[in-house]
Design a protein around this ligand. Sequence first.
Ligand code: URA
Length: 287
Amino acid sequence: MSTAAEPLIQYLRQLESQGQTHVSIDDESRKILRAFYIRARAGTPAKQARAPKGSKPAVARPTDEPTSTRAQVPALVVTGNTPAEKIDSLKRQVTRWAPVLAQKDLRKTMVFSVGNPSADVMLVGEAPGYDEERLGEPFVGKAGQKLDGILKAMGIDRRSVYISNIVKFRPAMPNQTTNNRKPTKEEMDACLPFIHEEVKVVAPKVIIALGGTAAQALLNCDQPVGSMRGCFHDYAGIPLRVTYHPSYILHNEATSEKRKLWEDMLAVMDLLRMPISEKQRGYFLTN
Ligand code: URA
């Protein structure tokens, strides 16, 4: 394999052996790899397009690596010993992550995550809004206050869980003031490697996907939230519960909807073997 693909493939194998599951490559590298595999599949010898002697792989080095040999495209690499250090290493990379930089309609202030990076419970929303951007923390606006109320009703302190979003920047809108919008599929795809790595670092006992957008992104599907809630899904061996986004409950005061969300939370409490009082079991039951 003494072609232009060789240093690339070696470098990708090296990243893979370090446990890396995602890498972003530039168009030139993609072309080289595609040509290599098409020829390999067809059984034809690779064109003798040798890489120039001493040339660097076209894939960039990890962005955390302080090296002058860094190429154009970042690779997502988790460094550090403790979960907090590992989350910090991800945080440092998201502002330089090429797929994110390519999203012209994401604002610039990063809002990554909050809470305990070794938590049993990980909650995932869609993207920060006005309040989250202002305070640099997920779920601190009205939906966040609703979430705090839900956690309190479960007997869980907000600081003991890990709270994150699929998208780490507030989606922009023309003439934007306090209004927020849902992230696009491209914006979510650009950020998705981060939440996948966060789950690996936190290794929670349960994940709660808050709303359809987060659930669809995590489970790679397009079902509506109503058809996904009510049971546990499997996310890489971790039980994942889909429930309504707290803002849905803010805008839909119907007791029946609150009860559905609460039943999802009771199921999570059961899974975690948390004590559940009769009072808690009865919240939002109408008769
Ligand atoms: N909604 C979300 O999905 N995430 C936040 O952080 C705030 C509101």
